[in-house]
Write a protein that binds this ligand. Structure first.
Ligand code: ADP
Length: 411
């Protein structure tokens, strides 16, 4: 072999070696393995550690949201445990997992399933509502703004999504909940000194539990002329002596205003999350300002605002009319930095269906207003679960360590 042949062979050897080295480095840099390799459990877990919950900005593994993974020759199955069955970000989480996995190559198919475990907002032993994980207060500063209608539909929507839900009509001076569910004239039963909630099946996994002063009064139109101390006592009874059982959410339809009764409720359940319902008119907004300030002063988180009777769409020409003014919710959002959970139009069939005793989300789920109300329920559940997970992360739960998520003083 001559000099030239030797040199040629040697250079070929080095080129081959270098290209192998580069190849292996390329695989290493994308953190994985060649296309034909099967992914392992550990590798999958590492990929999932790069996928973040969009709201909590922490990864799914640290948040304890990866409930199960199974890896076989053909298939990878990932079970994600959401913090609410009403999670509006389910599809986004699915897509984020798929795109994280797609960045690497392997030849098993991927299946993502979802389950849910609603986290509790209560940080310590609670004297009231022992089996209840979260309380959602629907408040307003005025009567007639649609607070009861919103409470009824939000509770129904959450129930239909598979959550265990109760609805307490605390609006003792104008209890509309029995009528909104077509249950006027129904009476609650007392069992061993406790008042049983009524149950109604609305197509969810669990029945919706209802309690109202309306189920305790002898007749529908009997006036309630009670002073605040009596009403406060009744509220305590509702919290202590109604066997609500295990609930993911107790929705409370509050009496309008921010007086002694409202203060009493938020003091009894300081970890309730409040949502304000208002119309966009200036007069209503001035009152809502006061209401939110009062709730915040007591340390109760106000998680958002719902603008009802926001606009009216003319059935003839489809023009949008802002009858009660425009962008009121935006002004509240700017001032308090809170989320607008949704805007509900003034709608004739909503009024008719509600007054006949049906939540519109059940009677006409494809109606535009039903879709808005379902989305509002999702937004509320989402905000509540963010708060609950943040609180949970601040304490040790069952010996598991969680990431520390920042809590604002109002949380
Ligand atoms: P609140 O609890 O604030 O006193 P309600 O929920 O009882 O108010 O609503 C008052 C009336 O207004 C009811 O007849 C209800 O059906 C009607 N209503 C509420 N919101 C709307 C809306 N967006 N469009 C049409 N009617 C509505």
């Amino acid at each position: 072999m001559g000099w030239f042949d030797l040199l040629w062979k040697r250079s070929q050897h080095y080129v081959l070696k270098l290209s192998r080295k580069l190849d292996s480095r390329r695989n290493y840099q994308v953190g994985c393995f060649p296309m034909s390799k099967k992914i392992t459990r550990k590798e999958l877990l590492n990929i999932l550690k790069t996928v973040k919950d969009p709201e909590l900005n922490a990864d799914l593994v640290s948040l304890g949201m990866i409930k199960e993974i199974s890896v076989s020759e053909q298939k990878v199955v990932i079970e994600v445990e959401l913090t609410t069955p009403a999670c509006p970000l389910k599809e986004r989480i699915r897509q984020d997992i798929i795109s994280a996995i797609n960045q690497i190559g392997f030849n098993q198919s991927v299946e993502i399933t979802f389950s849910s475990r609603v986290r509790s907002s209560f940080t310590s032993e609670q004297p009231y509502l022992k089996g209840v994980k979260n309380v959602i207060v629907i408040a307003s500063n005025k009567g007639g703004v649609g607070k009861s209608l919103v409470a009824a539909n939000v509770a129904t929507a959450l129930s239909r999504m598979g959550a265990r839900v109760g609805l307490l009509d605390a609006d003792v001076y104008g209890p509309n909940i029995p009528q909104l569910f077509g249950m006027d004239g129904h009476q609650a039963r007392a069992m061993q000194g406790r008042i049983e909630p009524l149950e109604i099946n609305l197509g969810g996994k669990y029945p919706l539990k209802l309690m109202s002063i309306g189920f305790l009064l002898p007749e529908r139109d009997a006036p309630v002329i009670w002073r605040a101390p009596i009403v406060n006592k009744l509220m305590r009874e509702f919290f202590q002596n109604v066997p609500w059982g295990e609930l993911d959410y107790l929705v409370i339809d509050m009496p309008p205003g921010t007086g002694d009764i409202q203060l009493n409720v938020v003091q009894l359940i300081p970890h309730a999350s409040t949502v304000f319902v208002t119309t966009p008119s200036d007069v209503a907004l001035a009152d809502v300002n006061k209401g939110i300030a009062m709730f915040q002063r007591t340390g109760t988180p106000v998680i958002g605002i719902i603008e009802n009777m926001s606009y009216f769409v003319c059935p003839n020409c489809s023009t949008k009319h802002h009858i009660f003014s425009k962008e009121g919710a935006e002004r509240i959002k700017e001032k308090f930095g809170m989320k607008i959970m949704g805007k509900i139009p003034l709608d004739l069939s909503l009024r008719e269906i509600s007054d006949k005793g049906y939540p519109i989300v059940v009677k006409d789920p494809n109606h535009e207003v039903s879709k808005i109300l379902v989305e509002i329920a999702r937004q509320i559940a989402d905000a509540v679960s963010v708060l609950a997970v943040k609180r949970e992360s601040q304490r040790a739960v069952n010996g598991r360590s969680f990431v520390q998520l920042p809590l604002k003083s109002s949380d």
